[in-house]
Design a protein around this ligand. Structure first.
Ligand code: DLZ
Length: 210
């Protein structure tokens, strides 16, 4: 039987080519995490996000995700306001004067993207165990991630699976062990990051759909 559940496609295909996105993932339940992170990256790139505008950081468990998202968002703002060229401006990498033969060729200065993040994807996999740990972490992490996005104004995509069994988690990463491989939700999170990143830029400029 078909289902009525699920997301409908946006009216336009969002262009991520100008966006900078961070993926922060936990390392608990790594098999599932790896598939979700890979799925998110595939869709970010498919929507045009450039490889050097995708930052991936890991933390031990899902409980650490909110603080990590908050710090990474704040760090990128500081990075954006410090001018890398100013820091290198005093250095002379050769100029016009001849270089002695013994002097090593200086490395090329690779421009680092130093823009704030347009969106952050927080990825974790919580699988219920025998104790109440699961309930406490699910509840606190989901509230805290919501708080981070409202406090910072940067979209935080909720990529935290809260599964009752291993199989539920595997199926939500497209790794189902039965006939039903399931769907990789990481892909949806990548698309959501591009869509929300584009919306947030537009809305913050006071531009709205007619
Ligand atoms: C402790 C714990 C447990 C029991 N289960 C999970 C889990 O299923 N998924 C996950 O991401 N993290 C788990 N953790 C670790 C906590 O999130 C956290 O890293 C530790 O309690 C240290 O703060």
């Amino acid at each position: 039987m078909s289902t009525i559940k699920g997301i409908s496609q946006p009216a336009v295909q969002h262009d991520g080519s100008e966006l900078r996105v961070a993926i922060i993932h936990a390392r608990w339940n790594k098999t599932v995490i790896d598939a979700l992170v890979a799925g998110a990256i595939v869709k970010l790139k498919e929507r045009g996000v450039k490889e050097n505008n995708i930052v991936v950081e890991s933390v031990p468990g899902s409980f650490e995700l909110p603080l990590a998202c908050s710090k990474v968002i704040a760090g990128a703002h500081i990075q954006a306001h410090s001018n890398v060229n100013d820091l290198l401006g005093g250095l002379n990498f050769g100029g016009n004067s001849p270089r002695p033969a013994s002097t090593p060729v200086p490395p090329a200065v690779v421009p680092m993207p130093n823009e704030p993040f347009d969106a952050v994807i927080a990825i974790g996999v919580l699988i219920k165990g025998a104790t109440m740990h699961f309930e406490y972490i699910c509840d606190s992490v989901s509230h805290a991630l919501m708080k981070v996005q409202l406090d910072t104004g940067v979209p935080v995509i909720f990529g935290v699976l809260t599964a009752l069994t291993d199989d539920q988690a595997l199926e939500r990463a497209g790794l189902g062990r039965g006939e039903n491989k399931g769907h990789n939700h990481g892909e949806d999170w990548g698309l959501a990051a591009v869509e929300m990143g584009c919306h947030a830029r537009r809305w913050s400029q006071g531009r709205f759909n007619q």
